[in-house]
Ligand binder design. Structure first.
Ligand SMILES: Nc1ncnc2c1ncn2[C@@H]1O[C@H](COP(=O)(O)OP(=O)(O)OP(=O)(O)O)[C@@H](O)[C@H]1O
Length: 333
């Protein structure tokens, strides 16, 4: 992370959240303690756009609930905008915006416009400032066509745009998003991503984004934090992550005619479709030598080498393909 002299927007030091889980041990009822977040430390500087990633059940939502004061940490230190979230929840609410993609904070039966007016009162936003900000958000998020529609009649994409407006009406310093593009179609996703990018770049709003959407990650997150089984496993840039993991590449070969699966040394075709074959090139393997050997043995029409995308990198990490991943130690960016 680029450290600045400023106070971090988020500071987490050795944060733990344990839950008591009821289960059975043989025929006995038993209570066990589950560490959903297990000693997580990181900082986020003002103006950063950070992805908070990890497989299902990794501890992302639990972290977000602690950051926003919904849950109290079992131990460790947490400061958001310099405040302890669980003790200063109301003060913090005026300085942050939160959007949960799976549920709305808007009033179900009210038209969107009235819902947003109520948000103004909750956050005690001055009427003139509200008018100005609402006009701006209405234009950016294209809310006009459905401002007078009750929230319950809005499509998912319209509702998400309404929720984003509600979260940003009081011009918060930090925006925390939990799966904001879940279930949205391509056009709505693009609108939401464009909007988030602009909000971060032009207003300097710090954004922490939890998502499983690879498009969100590639498009928006310069830095990612990856959590697995409650532990922080990576903190650094997306490009460094690709390089650190050095995931396998794929050679796509178009032969002159269909042939049985190619086998060259230890490398075999993983997929065959007509004359086209896909070969996984392991890390450290010399792709040029492989191409030369292929050309000697087969009549090749076309060949291309596909670098691992972020999808391959994350899939490898989540599968536990990489040693450091299982150790749970942070990897230096
Ligand atoms: N209130 C709770 N009581 C007991 N266990 C909980 C509670 N909330 C979460 N957990 C457990 O804590 C772990 C982390 O859950 P969390 O919801 O933070 O994961 P997540 O990374 O957000 O997952 P997903 O991507 O599936 O939303 C899981 O094992 C979950 O079952």
């Amino acid at each position: 992370m680029a450290e600045t002299g400023a106070e971090p927007m988020i500071r987490a030091v050795d944060v733990v959240k344990s839950f008591t889980v009821r289960g059975r041990e043989g025929r006995r009822r038993a209570r066990t303690s589950l560490r959903a977040v297990d000693g997580v430390s990181f900082t986020v500087a003002p103006g950063e756009f950070v992805g908070y990633l990890g497989p299902n059940g990794a501890g992302k939502s639990t972290t977000i609930k602690m950051l926003t004061g919904i849950l109290t940490a079992s131990s460790g230190t947490l400061r958001v905008c310099g405040l302890d979230p669980s003790r200063r929840r109301t003060a913090l609410a005026r300085r942050i915006g939160v959007v949960f993609g799976q549920r709305t904070t808007l009033w179900w039966d009210l038209p969107l416009r009235d819902s947003l007016a109520l948000v103004r009162r909750l956050y005690r936003v001055d009427a003139a400032a509200h008018r100005e900000r609402l006009a701006e958000l209405t234009a950016l998020l294209e809310l006009e066509p459905f401002l007078h529609t009750p929230v319950r009649q809005l499509s998912l994409g319209q509702r998400m745009r309404g929720d984003l407006a509600a979260a940003l009406l009081h011009d918060p310093e930090l925006l925390v998003l939990d799966e904001p593009t879940i279930g949205l179609d391509v056009v709505s996703k693009t609108t939401v991503r464009d909007f988030l990018e602009r909000t971060n770049a032009e207003r300097g709003t710090t954004i922490l984004l939890t998502t499983h959407d690879l498009g969100d990650i590639e498009r928006l997150c310069r830095r990612v934090l990856i959590i697995d089984r409650g532990r922080l496993a990576y903190d650094g840039g997306l490009d460094e992550l690709r390089r650190t993991v050095d995931a396998d590449r794929t050679l796509v070969v178009e032969l002159a005619e269909p042939a049985p699966p190619i086998a060259l040394g230890g490398i075999a075709a993983e997929r065959v479709e007509g004359a086209r074959q896909w070969l996984r090139v392991p890390r450290g393997e010399n792709a040029a030598a492989l191409v030369a050997a292929l050309a000697q043995r087969h009549e090749v029409r076309d060949i291309s080498l596909r670098e691992a995308g972020i999808e391959d990198v994350l899939a490898g990490l989540y599968r536990g393909d990489h040693a450091y991943w299982c150790s749970g130690r942070p990897v230096a960016p």
